[in-house]
Design a protein around this ligand. Structure first.
Ligand code: SF4
Ligand code: SF4
Length: 164
């Protein structure tokens, strides 16, 4: 996995233009069965991907924290939401709450998340490859393929499956 993660940014960069063109076409004319195709590709890829060997999302990019995330996680720590925010979060350029630092404070040395049961919605859903209307998050996906080896593989298979 270490080697895969080391090579991933370069591989993603090499595919960037091809992916950009693919998603531009996909946005214009998404196939009717796109949600179904994505569910299948996502499921297959995560059958063989062990996120505990990777944790690159937690190490290199943090989630957004919604209001509901802040309330749930601060309750877990028995902190007032404002205290939790002061201790762990900052506001980014887009006015969202994000982690003060990466790797994520809640990531253990064994790659386990110490707040797994109450983790942010964005963490539960990353890399969003099984979401409906996947064509709507193409800009995010273009970035995620450089972070997440599973997302990279899913997009490569998606191009073959759809081939627009
Ligand atoms: S979601 Fe992607 S980046 Fe995150 S741990 Fe799993 S394979 Fe790695
Ligand atoms: S909260 Fe947990 S799942 Fe989310 S980035 Fe931190 S360690 Fe990873």
């Amino acid at each position: 996995m270490e080697q895969i993660l080391k090579e991933l940014p370069k591989k993603a960069q090499e595919k960037h233009n091809e992916n950009r063109k693919f998603f531009a076409k996909l946005k214009k004319r998404p196939p009717k069965n796109l949600d179904y195709v994505m569910q299948e590709l996502h499921y297959e890829e995560f059958q063989r991907t062990d996120c505990l060997e990777c944790a690159n999302c937690c190490k290199t990019t943090g989630p957004l924290f919604t209001k509901a995330d802040v309330e749930r996680i601060s309750k877990h720590f028995r902190l007032k939401p404002q205290k939790f925010i002061e201790q762990y979060l900052r506001i980014d350029d887009e006015n969202d709450y994000v982690l003060q630092e990466v790797p994520c404070t809640f990531l253990g040395a064994d790659n386990y998340c110490s707040i797994y049961d109450v983790r942010p919605k964005a963490c539960r859903e990353f890399p969003h490859t099984d979401r409906k209307k996947f064509q709507q998050i193409s800009n995010l996906t273009l970035k995620n393929v450089a972070i997440c080896p599973a997302a990279f593989n899913i997009v490569e298979k998606m191009k073959k499956a759809i081939g627009n």
